[in-house]
Design a protein around this ligand. Structure first.
Ligand code: PLP
Length: 438
């Protein structure tokens, strides 16, 4: 039948991103999704699952939004593409840049558009370095990130990614990337001092780490980071690729900490995944300096920087987020989700720490609740597999010696759907516990 045919074609011809190569080859795709509505996805066999990860932390307004399809169609029919290089422009890109300036933290006021988060990260590193060249300090080229960070897979973003497994995937990286201890502002200070502040261009951090396993920063961490960056003249870049556009219960993750960065990377939730878009915002001050000091051409630009359809979809997506009060809902449902996870922790034997902010949450899987000892082989993959069978998509994080199940459902989720997620998860963990006991 056609599903079997698709599975065989997939195995033979489709190299999946971030995938278990052998398993993919042997078993083929676990789901071939055909449609989605709200928090649900449906596959080619008709099986319905709750998308507890908003797919890749990005489908913030949920699946099946006909109005986004209509916006894309209208824009593509009117103007499918035109260049934004040099002095050419288009209305959706202009209006989106202006809208982002209204909602972004601090005085972030100008946007360079990309097609995704990795490109946004590479752009931020290059713009930061270019800024220091213009400022007459070309020695400032090192970029500091953190040990459990994830910033993407382009060469710069891979090099900035603290999670070692991603860097070990390749055998040569971009130079001048350094890693501070994950949540120690003191470690950042020591690293800058040891390297010499005159060699450091920027420090980059995710407000809440996603791929690294849902690590929420201690309360004063970002205030201290901002002070250290100011003291040493280092640019502070936030990577809001996951945390932007309501995910954590505020418009941007950094809004929780009352700290404004000099630059901000975004992607994912800006279009809820309905179109490929990312970007870097820079502060008014840096924008002015870059403009005043510039002697020639900004020699950095992607063909799709400022893509009219992607920008039109982003504008409509932001309208939905605001009109449906999805940021407030993320805060309320985030609490509901955490409460549910705490209830699971009380009932189950292998659930350690519960953590999260807004609709980004995770549970640590431990062998021993008292000593917090981990299982020799991580158990979160088996839990995630069982949950998928039972109708819930969540994700396991095993990198860097971790064993965590993470969740990031669409911001549209309601109490009943959270309840269903929790029921499925609780049952799935009980199945794994029973396996362990037998
Ligand atoms: N930065 C963060 C914090 C991310 O989570 C991701 C992707 O998951 C990226 C950057 C890379 O974005 P993209 O996959 O769109 O290139």
């Amino acid at each position: 039948n056609s599903i079997q045919e698709l599975r065989e074609l997939d195995k033979k011809h489709f190299i999946h991103p971030t995938s278990p190569v052998k398993q993919q080859q042997e078993q083929g795709p676990a789901f071939i999704f055909t449609e989605g509505k709200g928090v649900y996805l449906q596959d080619a066999t008709g099986k319905k699952v709750i998308d507890g990860m908003s797919s890749l932390w990005n489908v913030n307004v949920g699946h099946g939004r006909v109005e986004l399809g209509k916006t894309a169609m209208e824009q593509m029919s009117k103007l499918g593409f035109s260049s934004c290089f040099a002095t050419y422009s288009n209305e959706p890109a202009i209006r989106l840049a202006a809208k982002l300036a209204q909602i972004a933290p601090g005085d972030l006021s100008a946007t360079f558009f990309t097609s995704g988060g990795s490109e946004a990260n590479d752009t931020a590193y290059k713009l930061a370095r270019h800024y220091w060249i213009l400022k007459g300090q070309p020695g400032r080229k090192k970029i500091i990130s953190r040990t459990k960070s994830y910033h993407g897979v382009s060469m710069g973003a891979t090099s900035a990614t603290g999670l070692k497994a991603f860097r070990d995937f390749t055998n040569s990286l971009a130079p001048d990337f350094l890693y501070a201890d994950n949540f120690s502002s003191q470690s950042l200070r020591e690293l800058i001092a040891a390297e010499g502040p005159e060699t450091i261009a920027a420090f980059i951090a995710e407000p809440v780490q996603g791929a690294g396993g849902i690590h929420v920063a201690p309360e004063n961490y970002f205030k201290e980071v901002r002070e250290i960056c100011d003291e040493y003249g280092v640019l502070f870049i936030t990577d809001e690729v996951i945390t932007g556009f309501g995910r954590t219960g505020t418009y941007f993750g950094m809004d929780h900490y009352g700290v404004a960065p000099d630059m901000m990377c975004f992607a994912k939730g800006v279009t809820s995944g309905y179109a490929q878009l990312g970007g870097v915002m820079i502060s008014e001050k840096i924008h002015q300096e870059l403009t005043e000091l510039s002697t020639g051409t900004l020699l950095h630009g992607y063909t799709y920087s400022g893509h009219p359809m992607a920008c039109a979809v982003a504008l409509k997506n932001l309208e939905i987020i605001e009109q449906e009060h999805l940021i407030e809902n993320a805060e309320a449902m985030g609490q509901e989700l955490l409460n549910g996870l705490y209830r699971i922790k009380q009932e189950r034997k292998i659930v350690g720490k519960v953590k999260g902010l807004g609709l980004m949450a995770g549970i640590e899987i431990v062998k021993d609740l008292n000593t917090k000892e981990r299982f020799a082989a991580p158990m979160s993959p088996a839990i995630v597999l069982e949950a998928a069978k039972q109708g819930l998509i969540c994700r396991s994080v095993v990198l860097d010696d971790q064993d965590i199940v993470v969740f990031a459902p669409p911001l549209t989720i309601n109490k009943d759907e959270i309840k269903k997620m929790i029921e499925i998860l609780n049952h799935s963990i009980s199945v794994i516990e029973a396996d362990l006991a037998s």
